[in-house]
Ligand binder design. Structure first.
Ligand code: ADP
Ligand code: MG
Length: 368
């Protein structure tokens, strides 16, 4: 079987209704297929191979031919049921999409474009073949959209929850790679888009899931929050912004993607670069729907934008001379870099200075 052919149309994971009970009505047990037949079925979802893929899935290793003079970038991320996602409101196709998207975002965060992924999946007994295919529909949609191929993976049963781990490979000219460590005093701190929406989308989903559990017939308030829920369920790696910067001939001096929260990411850049930072609260871009949801949930929108996380926007620094260029490109400037001795502070609209702290996602929380 030619496992590298894309035999299906691109799925749209957004068509899955959030909040619905997960799983397909038809559920073929994985045991009736076995590991190898399952991989063969999943191969139907593999996207068109990259020109740099010499040998795709099917052998003991994939073989890649990196473009000449480029450096290889590699990153991996794991998503575990009960830790990173809850299947009561996270549709399987969206989960597949997200597992790819968060990895692509890490390559974007180096100012580079991704090329390949591998997908490893641990499947609990309660899931059938159709459920795994649903996950792969989302994986395929993300791969096709961002032009990356699948060059391998691993498939196993899981005795606990669902687990999806994706590894991504990208290629980049060494001189255009942006690390966390290049920020210098007086440089501008920029962000590629509005913040806080994914966190509030999740809070709304959680709230509506509770409503549905109490009353399965209840009508849900999902439509008025379609933008923020979309940001939760379908994170978009900002590869378009990387493309825009490349076309403008701009190489950021430092860059990071916002996964754990703006505040936490600023502190990462500051630590790696040995600098401080002044962030202006009123300059943080926040969408109207985010504002409305924050108000409804009794949360401060600035706090949400600072600590919500999972925005997958890019935070980066550029020299001060590029201020006008950034304005022309429509990239919000939210602050500037200072010497380390000045620390990392947020300036409120009243002119008050508040030290930035990392309160975002913590992989090892203490027991509540
Ligand atoms: P091995 O025994 O060497 O680990 P496997 O039987 O697990 O090999 O996998 C066979 C081939 O299928 C390999 O090329 C592997 O990369 C690929 N593969 C396995 N599982 C997946 C998956 N979930 N997604 C994509 N490729 C996969
Ligand atoms: Mg294997």
């Amino acid at each position: 079987m030619d496992s590298t052919k894309n035999t299906r149309g691109t799925a749209n994971p957004a068509q899955t209704t959030p909040g619905k009970t997960q799983g397909n009505t038809q559920r073929t047990p994985l045991s009736s297929l076995g590991e190898f037949a399952l991989i063969d079925r999943l191969a139907g979802f593999f996207p068109t191979p990259s020109p740099h893929t010499v040998l795709g899935p099917g052998d003991d290793c994939a073989m890649l031919a990196p473009p000449e003079g480029k450096q290889l970038l590699l990153s991996t991320d794991i998503l575990l049921e009960g830790v990173h996602f809850d299947l009561t409101y996270f549709p399987l196709a969206h989960l597949g999409y997200k597992a790819v998207a968060v990895n692509l975002s890490d390559v974007a965060a180096m100012n580079a474009q991704p090329a390949h992924i591998t997908v490893s999946i641990g499947i609990p007994k309660r899931m059938g073949v159709e459920d795994v295919e649903e996950i792969y529909r989302g994986i395929e949609a993300a791969c096709s959209h961002y032009s990356v191929d699948i060059v391998g993976g691993d498939t196993s049963a899981s005795i606990t929850g669902l687990c999806i781990s994706v590894t991504v490979i990208g290629y980049s000219a060494p001189e255009t790679i942006a690390k966390r460590s290049g920020a210098k005093p007086n440089q501008l701190l920029c962000v590629t888009g509005n913040l806080g929406a994914p966190y509030l989308g999740l809070r709304i989903l959680e709230r509506e899931a509770k409503v549905l559990r109490a009353n399965p017939e209840a009508s849900l308030a999902l439509k008025e929050y379609s933008y923020i829920i979309g940001r939760t369920l379908m994170p978009k790696p900002r590869l378009d912004a990387i493309d825009m910067l490349a076309k403008a001939g701009i190489v950021p001096s430092s860059m990071i993607d916002i996964s754990d929260g703006l505040s936490s990411e600023i502190l990462h850049i500051a630590k790696a670069s040995g600098v401080g930072c002044r962030l202006y609260a009123e300059r943080i871009p926040i969408d109207q729907e985010t504002m409305k949801a924050a108000e409804e949930l009794n949360l401060n929108p600035i706090t949400v934008a600072l600590h919500g996380g999972e925005d997958f926007e890019l935070l980066f620094t550029v020299p001060l001379e590029l201020q006008e260029r950034m304005d022309d490109l429509g990239v919000p400037i939210i602050g500037y870099i200072t010497p380390a001795a000045q620390g990392c502070v947020m300036v409120t609209p009243q002119g008050q200075e508040i030290p930035l702290t990392a309160q975002g996602w913590n992989a090892f929380p203490t027991e509540a």
